[in-house]
Design a protein around this ligand. Structure first.
Ligand SMILES: Cc1cc2nc3c(=O)[nH]c(=O)nc-3n(C[C@H](O)[C@H](O)[C@H](O)COP(=O)(O)OP(=O)(O)OC[C@H]3O[C@@H](n4cnc5c(N)ncnc54)[C@H](O)[C@@H]3O)c2cc1C
Length: 459
């Protein structure tokens, strides 16, 4: 959608073709459990959208998009009623981390201060020369370090280490991998700079606002047209594909060389998601009170436990005690559930293609930090890797992050190239989460791909 808006705003005539009956992709909202309970099917929490250099400058509020900021962006509970807590303010966060206050200000506060310079760098193509080398040095060198080492070296309290590890685990990687620290630093800094908001009414509001903006710019959207061959598309000067590399290889046929298609097929998917959505009769009774005020809760235990869970996935095993990402949108958005009742969004990582049912393990982790949680469950909707792949073929084996973040694939996506949005066919472009900067609702893959087309075949 952001590619389409970029092209339409540049005066090009644009057609968006969507396989399903509604637009939205990873930002749909639906009544998955009971009538009146509106669940975010995929994305829920939007620091990357609110902090996106592209989306944040579009007039999306004119088309109904409204960010709601939870009282606290994030809490990470520990046994005994303790928690590491991310506040909007760096000082409050640091002060809550006791002996780690100074270290938090040094490693995270200094980056949060420079968010406006950092955001374009981390959401750009990482192969570009940085515009602010000083910021990149302050962020980039520490960001390279594996999160397990950085967390242990920089912080000494369980709370700070767990808060840091929980954010690093968004990498979908074992925490002893290079660059896992970058995920923690970006997400923590974004929490201070732009918050971790939810979209009023549900994430669908993001796609709907983009669609309305596109239509007003003259773009056309056709839904319910699944593309299985590029021959189905009308003639055009350029085609941008928001698809996994494997789908591109299948669809493109001999518009792309066999060699390039083989490279696309070599692109490895990452671990998968296993998600449970709940309709609840009341708010989650977290033992730690900060967790009751936080939009997001990372229910994963200590940093060592989070690391062990992610390492198990790296070794192909579903974790015994998963690191569970929990979102409590209805705390801040009453439109998500009937009065007094709540929705809960929870998922954990599992190996790609896993068929193991994680429902019990996810609930055990929530119950561990919120005794009595199970008594509130009115209904649940369970979505494992196979469900995600059938929901959207781009989620290969249930991978919701557009491909593994291992090694060079984190930076060079989907092939090793300094022109990641181009293909050997000058009229065919890639714009999915398998291109830089990767997954997340930030619109930057599409925006960069559209600019690549505008600078070449659409010039
Ligand atoms: C469970 C889950 C939780 C997530 N949580 C967050 C979060 O909290 N915050 C965040 O920022 N990100 C989150 N994400 C990631 C985010 O949703 C995605 O990275 C983002 O939506 C990718 O956007 P996209 O437009 O590139 O692709 P998509 O959103 O996948 O859109 C691609 C569209 O193409 C359509 N399509 C696919 N194949 C075809 C075809 N052959 N023909 C026609 N149409 C086709 C699909 O139906 C889909 O609508 C989450 C994702 C999941 C699944």
């Amino acid at each position: 959608m952001s590619a389409a808006v970029t092209l339409a705003a540049a005066g090009r005539s644009v057609l968006v073709v969507e396989g399903r009956d509604t637009v939205g992709g990873g930002t749909r909202t639906a009544e998955l459990t009971l009538p009146g309970f509106r669940h975010d099917v995929c994305s829920a929490i939007h620091p990357l959208a609110a902090g996106s250099p592209y989306l944040s400058q579009l007039p999306l509020e004119r088309y109904g998009l409204r960010w709601l900021q939870p009282e606290l962006p994030l809490a990470h509970p520990l046994d005994g009623g303790r928690a590491g807590v991310l506040h909007r303010s760096v000082d409050e966060t640091a002060d809550g981390l006791g002996a780690d206050a100074k270290a938090y200000r040094r490693w995270v506060g200094s980056i949060a201060e420079r968010w406006d310079d950092l955001a374009p760098m981390v959401t750009g193509s990482l192969v570009k020369v940085p515009r602010h080398p000083l910021v990149l040095t302050r962020f980039g060198l520490p960001a390279l370090v594996p999160a397990s080492r950085a967390g242990r070296t920089w912080f000494s309290t369980d709370e700070a280490q767990a808060l840091f590890a929980g954010c690093a685990a968004h990498a979908f990687l074992p925490l002893d991998h290079l660059l896992t620290t970058s995920f923690a630093l970006v997400l923590l800094a974004a929490g201070h700079a732009v918050g971790w908001p939810v979209a009023a009414g549900g994430s669908q509001a993001i796609a709907d606002a983009l669609a309305a903006h596109l239509t007003e710019l003259g773009g056309e959207i056709r839904t319910g047209e699944l593309i299985t061959s590029l021959a189905q598309l009308p003639p055009s000067r350029a085609v941008l594909l928001d698809l996994a590399p494997r789908q591109v290889a299948d669809l493109a046929g001999d518009r792309l060389s066999e060699r390039y298609r083989a490279r696309l097929r070599q692109f490895s998917p990452g671990p998968a998601a296993f998600k449970v959505d709940y309709a609840l009769s009341g708010p989650v009774p977290w033992t730690n009170v900060a967790c009751r005020r936080a939009g997001t809760v990372h229910a994963g235990g200590t940093a060592d436990e989070v690391a062990a869970g992610e390492a198990a996935i790296g070794a192909g095993r579903p974790p015994e005690r998963p690191y569970v990402l929990v979102a409590q949108q209805s705390l801040v958005d009453p439109s998500r559930a009937p009065a007094g009742q709540h929705t809960l969004w929870a998922y954990c990582h599992v190996p790609n293609g896993s068929t193991f049912d994680m429902t019990e393990r996810i609930e055990a982790q929530i119950e561990r930090f919120a005794p009595g949680f199970r008594d509130l469950v009115l209904a649940r909707h369970v979505a494992g890797p196979a469900w995600f792949e059938s929901y959207n073929p781009s989620y290969v084996g249930g991978d919701i992050a557009g491909g593994a973040h291992r090694g060079l694939q984190l930076v060079f996506r989907p092939t090793i190239s300094v022109r990641p949005y181009h293909t050997p066919d000058p009229t065919l472009f890639l714009c999915s989460a398998s291109t830089p900067p990767g997954a997340g609702v930030h619109g930057m893959c599409g925006h960069h791909a559209a600019n690549a087309a505008l600078a070449s075949v659409l010039a």
